[in-house]
Design a protein around this ligand. Structure first.
Ligand code: ATP
Length: 365
């Protein structure tokens, strides 16, 4: 890959790792820009932790290289990489106070006592832990413990902070708060964050860019909006949100659009992905972009179907609709006050529609 993509940051260059016969990370390349919030996102077992551990230096790649600020560190051990990793179980020393836990790394590095004291105080303030210096980990809440673990990593002023599902043990509300807190810290300190998660909403909330992984490979690396609106693969479309995939064959081409037939029934329009007439493509339409009983306007796709289920979710109602002519099932989201959608019942006939440009042909971006 092009190393100049991130000369100051972290470059992972065609890195491969096997455990026995299992190919766990398969020629993964990433250019992580200095200061950005970068996430590795994917289902359990896809190789994200192993990739992070190779960046950290806890695991040695079978082939490929890792570069830190332009320097090849592939053969350099974790302790010499000026990176800090934060784990889900925090790893705090139970017999030490908060201040001692946070200052531990500085003591090991023999930083002068006055400077160490100042840096600890500064980091505790940034982590909103002022007043808790004298407590031991057992006297803290889960969120406070998590913040101590982060303070302990940040006080060393690492080139990058590597975080492996660090919020997994927290309850929902605290997790949401800590997500915003981590994003704030990334902005305020300018430290590069590399974050591993299997939670797509968490990754979307915090990240500047996300690498979506599956089976040891990167399916797509892009900003959150790009991943959601222009997914490169069916896997990405389905992992980030509801994909509503329709498999279609191109029949006609006109005015920048193609017309496609769904099964032996309805025709629909889509942005032109190029390629030959007769080729098959996968189309994705996000649930919130579907209108119920739309006007018969030019440039819209209109598909008749039958309501299979209606799920009330508070802020919205989710409709499951089986399209006519065995066209498959679509999920549509209607806001709670969206009349046509919310008064439907299972078994009702319905027409779904959307402007062609709001749908996306997979891989055409
Ligand atoms: P999770 O979210 O569950 O942690 P992950 O995407 O981080 O998953 P990895 O932890 O990187 O995935 O693991 C990828 C695969 O490699 C898994 O099948 C795992 O069992 C295997 N694996 C990881 N570490 C080792 C090891 N030291 N020895 C053998 N197999 C391993």
């Amino acid at each position: 890959m092009n190393e100049s993509a991130a000369p100051d940051g972290i470059v992972v260059d065609a890195v491969t790792k096997r455990f026995g016969d299992a190919l766990v990370v398969d020629a993964v390349s990433l250019g992580i820009v200095e200061g950005e919030f970068f996430s590795l996102l994917g289902p359990s077992g896809c190789g994200k932790t192993t990739t992070l551990r190779m960046i950290a230096g806890f695991e040695r790649p079978d082939s490929g290289r890792v570069l830190l600020r332009g320097e090849d560190v592939t053969g350099v051990g974790a302790a010499k990489r000026n990176l800090n990793m934060v784990f889900q179980d925090y790893g705090l020393f139970p017999h030490m106070t908060v201040a001692e836990n946070v200052g531990f790394g500085l003591r090991v590095k023999r930083v002068a006592r006055t400077e160490a004291r100042e840096r600890v105080a500064e980091t505790l303030a940034a982590m909103r832990l002022g007043g808790l210096e004298g407590r031991r980990p057992a006297q803290l809440s889960g969120g406070q413990r998590q913040r101590v673990a982060l303070a302990r990593a940040l006080v060393n002023r690492p080139a990058a902070l590597l975080l492996d599902e660090p919020l997994g043990a927290l309850d929902f509300k605290l997790r949401k708060e800590m997500q915003l807190e981590l994003k704030r810290l990334n902005h305020e300190t300018g430290t590069t964050f590399v974050y591993v998660t299997h939670d797509q909403e968490e990754a979307l909330t915090m990240s500047d860019r996300i690498a979506v992984m599956s089976n040891g490979v990167v399916e797509q690396l892009a900003a959150p909006r790009e991943l959601y609106e222009r997914p490169a693969t069916a896997f990405v479309a389905g992992f980030i949100g509801v994909s509503n995939l329709l498999e279609l064959r191109v029949d006609e081409r006109a005015d920048g659009h193609v017309a496609m037939r769904l099964g032996d029934g309805a025709r629909l329009l889509a942005p032109d992905p190029g390629g030959a007439l007769g080729a098959t493509h996968q189309l994705t339409i996000r649930p919130e972009r579907i209108r119920i009983e739309p006007d018969d306007a030019a440039g819209w796709s209109r598909l008749p179907g039958c309501v299979a289920d209606v799920v009330y979710l508070g802020s919205m109602t989710q409709l499951l609709v089986d399209l006519d002519h065995d066209g498959g099932r679509l999920v549509a989201h209607c806001l709670a006050d969206d009349e046509p959608g919310t008064r439907l019942r299972p078994g009702d006939p319905v027409v779904l529609g959307w402007p062609a440009d709001r749908s996306f042909v997979i891989g055409s971006g």
